[in-house]
Design a protein around this ligand. Structure first.
Ligand code: 13P
Ligand code: SF4
Length: 324
């Protein structure tokens, strides 16, 4: 998109936010133009990872929240703010992990493993969360898993993140994790082949790997190379504390936009894999969602959940927020 057009959208969106009493919360996987804060000339009021966005959603004062992320995240914002209007610019912005498990699947797991606590990755739909004991994000998963006294826990739905967690938790506490077989269709694409070629091309680069990357890729990539396996936030922090000038990023491609903005003197190399769900959100539909506030068209964008799901899913999310 031409810069002139981008600036035009920015100006109109900023005006609409004022007129409609709205804020924009934006995930690090959004297209780069939605990763610029209003104070820096863009439109976002807050940019964050999924935990940061949940925390921010619990503090918002404006009556309307435009959620530039995927629908399970917007649902979380709604559950934390049932009295507010939460809008997502495209309701089709789903997630392969969230779609991999239903509330019935969790009920069946609980019947099969009675008394075993169920931890749901926040990348699940509200109905699924409502059946779980606690939620977690990639940032607080280890602390939450370790907080249970049982020797077994159930973790749903990301099998790769679960295997990575298992490796860490088993060595620390001996706890066993029962896993589900969902996966993130973005992070599962980071293979040994793509990363080992890059490691060979950039022998001085450190590795930045998200928890959702497959276990065998993690094992091989971290061999004889410095780096971090963690959440989006861990990745951002790691770069800040490292003296390396070059990094290989194994996470969603547009996280690179925020990394480059925060650390302009460093180089980030990534096999550029984009999340098709996150990329459904853009400046045009963000503006359309704002324009719809107060009109019949709002129904196209507003997140609405049945009262019983709002109430039941609140508990596991609230418990997660004690681990910030
Ligand atoms: P985090 O924001 O928790 O790192 O999650 C990454 C992700 O895949 C979100 O969809
Ligand atoms: Fe879901 Fe993966 Fe996209 Fe995140 S990056 S929304 S986990 S498909």
């Amino acid at each position: 998109m031409r810069n002139e057009l981008v600036q035009k959208y920015f100006a109109e969106i900023r005006q609409l936010k004022k007129d409609k009493g709205a804020v924009i919360l934006s995930h690090y996987y959004m297209p780069p133009e939605l990763q610029i804060l209003e104070k820096d000339g863009g439109v976002a009021n807050f940019i964050g990872d999924s935990l940061g966005l949940s925390v921010e959603a619990s503090r918002v004062e404006a009556a309307n929240i435009i959620f530039c992320g995927v629908s399970f995240m917007a649902e979380t914002a709604k559950i934390l703010n049932p009295q507010k209007h939460v809008l997502i610019p495209d309701k089709e912005a789903g997630c392969s992990l969230a779609s991999s498990i239903t509330s019935t699947d969790v009920q069946q797991l609980k019947l099969r493993y009675p008394g075993v606590p169920v931890i749901a990755y926040v990348n699940t739909f509200a109905e699924t969360k409502a059946e779980c004991d606690i939620c977690c994000t990639s940032r607080n998963a280890v602390a939450i898993a370790n907080s249970f006294e049982t020797d077994t826990i159930i973790f749903v739905p990301d099998v790769f993140m679960g295997q990575n967690l298992q490796a860490k938790i088993e060595s620390e506490t001996g706890k066993k994790i029962i896993l589900w077989h969902g996966y993130c269709e973005v992070h599962e694409q980071f293979s040994n082949i793509s990363l080992s070629t890059m490691k060979q091309m950039y022998p001085d680069a450190e590795m930045l790997l998200h928890w959702e990357v497959p276990r065998e890729t993690v094992d091989e990539s971290m061999q004889s190379r410095k780096g971090v396996l963690g959440s989006t936030n861990d990745i951002l922090k790691y770069v800040g504390n490292s003296t390396s000038k070059r990094f290989i990023l194994a996470s969603e491609c547009d996280l690179g936009a925020s990394l480059r903005g925060m650390y302009p003197d460093r180089e980030f190399i990534t096999p550029c894999i984009k999340c098709p769900y996150m990329k459904k959100i853009n400046l045009a539909n963000t503006m359309a969602a704002l324009q719809s506030i107060g009109s019949d068209a709002e129904a196209l964008y507003e997140i609405l959940l049945p009262p019983e799901i709002l109430a039941k899913a609140y508990l596991p999310i609230k418990r997660m927020l004690d681990f910030v």
